[in-house]
Ligand binder design. Structure first.
Ligand SMILES: [Zn+2]
Length: 67
């Protein structure tokens, strides 16, 4: 019986950690204002349309062309 209680505690802990990780990840993405490729500022409007976007228009276009 004790084992079952411990397992559910661990499960809840894991769940909490996962939720926290996702939350941190999302907040990092939304605060990223610079392109990860060339460090050019990403316009606010672009970030609004594409939440979590990490490339400027030029780098995104280059990526799509090279695909
Ligand atoms: Zn760029």
């Amino acid at each position: 019986m004790d084992d079952i209680d411990r397992d559910s505690d661990i499960y809840e802990l894991m769940l909490t950690i996962q939720i926290e990780r996702v939350r941190l990840c999302v907040s990092n993405e939304s605060s990223s204002h610079l392109c990860i490729e060339c460090n050019a500022p990403i316009p606010a409007k672009r970030r609004q349309i594409l939440p979590g976007v990490s490339l400027c228009i030029e780098c995104q276009t280059l990526r799509e062309v090279s695909r």
